[in-house]
Every structure is written in C-alpha cells, then in structure tokens.
Design a protein around this ligand. Structure first.
Ligand code: NAD
Length: 489
C-alpha cells in the first residue's frame, strides 16, 4: 500500500536517510481522517549510537568554521524553507491536523525566521569580553557545548525542530533531534533542507522514538545538553536524568496562563486575543491564556460577543483554506479534552458554547468543538490543569490586587497577558505576574527576536533571541599574565 506521506526512511543520520526495521513501529496518522499516512520505526539503541557518533565526529570541524560561514548555511536553509513553504505547510497539516490556513503562515515560516535570525547573529552574538586587570588582562570566549539533544512535542513539529536546531548550530554545536512520536514527519524535512543548504553531514540528525527512546539520548555520556519541549511530568523525568551526568538543560513545559481583561479594554480586541490564545492550533499551544479573567462590569457583553464569534469559527477539512479549526492531534488527546469538558460541566461551570464533538465533520477525525465555560472558579479542575485543547475558561474578578493573586495561584509560570487601556496599570500588573513571557494588549505573539520560556514549573532556559545562544554555549575565561610570576616560595 502506498502511504500518503511516507518518508524515504525513519531516521536522518550523517547526511542521509537510514532505516532499522528492528525498531518498534510508529504509525503517523492524519488526525482529520484517522488514516495512516506513514509507517516508521523507533530508533533502536544502535540507531541512537549511530546518530550521536555522527554528531560527535562532525562537531569539532563545524565549531572551527567562522560564525559567518555557519550563518550563511542557516540563512540558505531559511530561503529554501520559504521557497518550499506550501509543500512544508501541507506536510505540517498532515502531521498535526492543524488547518493549512495556519500552517502556511505560522509553521515553516517561523522556522525560516529562526534560521534567518540565528544565521544573521551567529557572527555577532558569540563574542566574548576583554577584561583589563592592570598590567594583566583576561578575555572570555563563548564556546559550543558539543552534542546537543532536542526532544520535541507534537504541536509545532517543524517550528520546534528549528527553534532548537538553529541556535544550537549557530553556536557551533551538533544536534540529534527526536520529534514526538505523534508527529514524526516535519523534522525529517528540516534535516533534508539543512543538508540541501550545505550543512556538513552529521550536524543535524533526526531519529524517531517514543518515551523509551528519549532516555537513551538523555543518559548518553557523549551528550552535553538536552532541550525538551513537553509536559511538566516529562520535564521532571528528563531534568532528573540529565542531573545524573550534570548535563545542561532547557525545559519548555506546560502552562495554565492567566489572561486578564480589565473593563476599560477594547473589548473586541480582548476577545480576539482570548480566542487566539485558546483556539489557535485547536488549543494545543503551551502559552495559551486558558484562564481568562474578565472584570465583572463587562462580563455579560464579553460573553455575548465571544459566543457569537466562537460559533462562527469554521471547523472542517484542514486542507481547505477556509477552515479555521482542525482536529486534535490524536484520539487520546481528543478523549482527554472531552473528559475535561465533562469535568467542567460536572463541577458546575456554565457551558456558554461548544462542549462536544462538532456534527459537520467525519466521525473518524479527532475533532472537538471550540468550547467556552463561564462562571469558572479557581478550584475547578478545568481552571487548575492544563487541558491542551480548545477549551476557554472565563473567570470573574473585581479588582486588580485580587486578580494578580489569583492569576499567580498556580504551579505554572509560562505566560500571562493583560488587556487594558490604562498603560500604567498594564505595566504594574505584568510586573507582578509570575511568568516568563507576558503580553500587553495582545496575546501569544512569539517572534524569534524575543526570548521565550517559562518560570516556576513551566521550565527554565530560554528559546529564541540572543538569550538562546547563551543556552547553547558556555563561557571560557582566559587569564593572561603579562609579567614574571611572583611566587612567595
Ligand atoms: P510529552 O511530555 O508527552 O512528550 C514530549 C516529548 O518527550 C516527546 O517527544 C516524548 O517522546 C518525549 N518523552 C516522553 N518521556 C520521555 C522521557 N522519560 N525521557 C525523554 N523523552 C521523553 O508532551 P507532548 O504531549 O508531546 O506535548 C504537550 C506538552 O508540551 C504540553 O504540556 C505543552 O504545554 C508542552 N509544550 C510546551 C511548549 C513550550 O515551549 N513551553 C511548547 C509546546 C508544548
């Protein structure tokens, strides 16, 4: 049988596709139809060894190249991604079920931005410092870490492969990337493009695998750093395993972020922000503002307009350019989201709209209606746990101090947002919110120029911006003695 999106082989190692059928089967399923579109194999220990050995062998020569030369290759990869945007976006839609309307503007393009940005700053972002010490002096160098491992989640497979790969390569490292077992396809395309752009073989390797494969990478003695995008429980396991050999780690984990809407806000803009921050990518975005705190005076109007706009969302075939909301990534995720919706109903939240399976789509697809709950209270399960689906919880509040305290009353600290016309208040509030990435009068915009990452249980380390280069390199300090050594003995 010919499968719609079957890659040449499961893994991409040392500049070429590699297969090892001894690995357990990973089926890639198109979430809109339930159809198997590719059949791959998880990496065996031999494949893991092969990928890490290739990376280890290739890295010294790469790090000895001038940063400008490294950057040129990354920028070329950005150009190829843009030229192939349509094809890559269709692949991303098949991999994730996200509508083509989104993938065509948000997925390969954000990966290309990332290669372009890190290609551009490779030459300027890795400089050290000169430290005068009287006659003596010292200088610092920013040096690569060596072999870095990237482990991805399934919501942005191509973007995550680029967000980890670009800064790692710009800083002179080699990477072994393992995509999520739910979305194995996009990263292989990124590896191919990097090599087409002239990346020497062995520097960006992709291996498939699941939760059994990840630890083989994290525990490997030749790996210097692990960057994970995933859930908090996985983050705890990976950080604990990495601690055993004191590896560098970046943790991009989950969230339950507050989005606070004051009664002086532009209400339509705030609704737009709340909808983007709950329904984009069918709600499968870590930084989503899933606890929408609305000041009581505007509650009725906010809910009325939100309901109308939510019910107008076009749900359907992700390959149709008119579709605005696709299915969940997997049957398991669909079930999880539906069970949270049932908990919301059972615990007394008011269902404003949605709350089930849409009736205009095939029963084989993993669809869930965009859902809004009002009268949600802080103790409800849907207000405390990350749902990772199109479920918006609207909570009421009266005053500023109260909403800040309630916004912060969570173990997570990924993101937060504030909508208000009072700019002084906006800055005062974001100053007190405990989160890594915050927005005022907009939500969820993450261009590559700004650092992205979490605090508290949402993780540590930052992706994007100059900050990411620091997380893929370390300082070497050199003290230079300019006179004779004076020894007391
Ligand atoms: P997950 O934690 O189940 O899996 C993430 C990755 O870790 C997968 O590739 C998986 O195979 C791997 N893995 C699982 N167990 C492992 C182990 N013990 N050792 C090494 N690797 C292991 O997450 P998911 O369901 O793929 O993604 C959804 C989660 O990711 C959500 O919590 C979401 O908030 C989070 N996320 C965070 C960000 C961010 O940037 N902060 C972005 C996207 C998603």
């Amino acid at each position: 049988m010919i499968l719609k999106a079957q890659p040449k082989a499961s893994h991409f190692i040392d500049g070429e596709y590699v297969e090892d059928e001894a690995g357990s089967v990973i089926e890639s399923i198109y979430p809109a139809t339930g159809e198997v579109i590719a059949r791959l194999h998880a990496a065996t220990p031999a494949i893991v060894e092969k990928a890490i050995a290739a990376a280890k062998r290739a890295q010294p020569e790469w790090s000895a190249m001038s940063p400008t030369a490294r950057g040129r290759i990354l920028k070329r990869a950005a150009d190829i991604m843009r030229q192939r945007n349509r094809e890559l976006s269709e692949l991303e839609t098949l991999d994730t079920g996200k509508p083509i309307q989104e993938t065509i503007v948000a997925d390969p393009t954000s990966g290309a931005d990332c290669f372009e940005f890190f290609g551009g700053i490779a030459a300027a972002g890795l400089n050290g410092a000169y430290i005068p010490l009287g006659g003596d002096f010292a200088y610092t160098k920013r040096v690569p870490l060596g072999v870095c491992v990237g482990i991805g989640a399934w919501n942005y497979p191509q973007q995550i492969a680029c967000w980890k790969g670009a800064p790692a390569l710009a800083a002179g490292n080699a990477m072994v990337f393992k995509p999520s077992e739910n979305t194995p396809l996009g990263a292989l395309a990124i590896a191919e493009i990097l090599h087409q752009a002239g990346l020497p073989k062995g520097l960006y390797n992709v291996i498939q695998g699941n939760r059994e494969t990840g630890p083989l990478l994290v525990n490997h003695p030749d790996v210097a750093k692990v960057s994970l995008t995933g859930s908090v429980p996985t983050g705890r396991k990976v950080a604990a395993a990495a601690a055993g050999s004191l590896k560098h780690v970046t943790m991009e984990l989950g969230g339950k972020s507050p989005l606070i809407i004051f009664d002086d806000a532009d209400i339509d803009s705030a609704i737009g922000g709340a909808m983007l921050g709950n329904f984009y990518s069918t709600g499968q975005v870590c930084s989503n503002g899933t606890r929408v705190f609305v000041q009581r005076k505007i509650k009725a109007e906010f809910l009325k307009r939100l309901k109308a706009r939510t019910e107008a969302i076009a749900i359907g075939d992700p390959m149709d350019e008119g579709t605005q909301l696709g299915p969940m990534v997997s049957w398991a995720q669909r079930d999880k989201v539906l069970s949270y919706i049932e908990k919301g109903k059972a615990e007394g939240a008011t269902l404003v709209t949605g709350g089930g399976i849409p009736n205009n789509v095939s029963g084989e697809g993993y669809y869930v209606q965009p859902t809004v709950f009002a009268d949600v209270t802080d103790e409800m399960t849907i207000a405390r746990e990350e749902i990772f689906g199109p479920v918006m919880c609207v909570l009421d509040f009266d005053d500023e101090a109260e909403v800040i305290a309630r916004g912060n009353a969570t173990e997570f600290g990924l993101s937060a947002g504030v909508f208000t016309a009072d700019l002084t208040r906006a800055h005062r509030v974001v100053d007190q919110l405990e989160a890594g990435t915050l927005w005022i009068n907009t939500y969820n915009l993450c261009p590559v120029e700004i650092p992205f990452g979490g605090s508290k249980q949402s993780g540590f380390g930052r992706e994007n911006s100059l900050a990411a280069l620091e997380h893929y390199s370390e300082l070497k300090t050199v003290y230079v003695g300019m006179g004779p050594v004076v020894a007391p003995y």
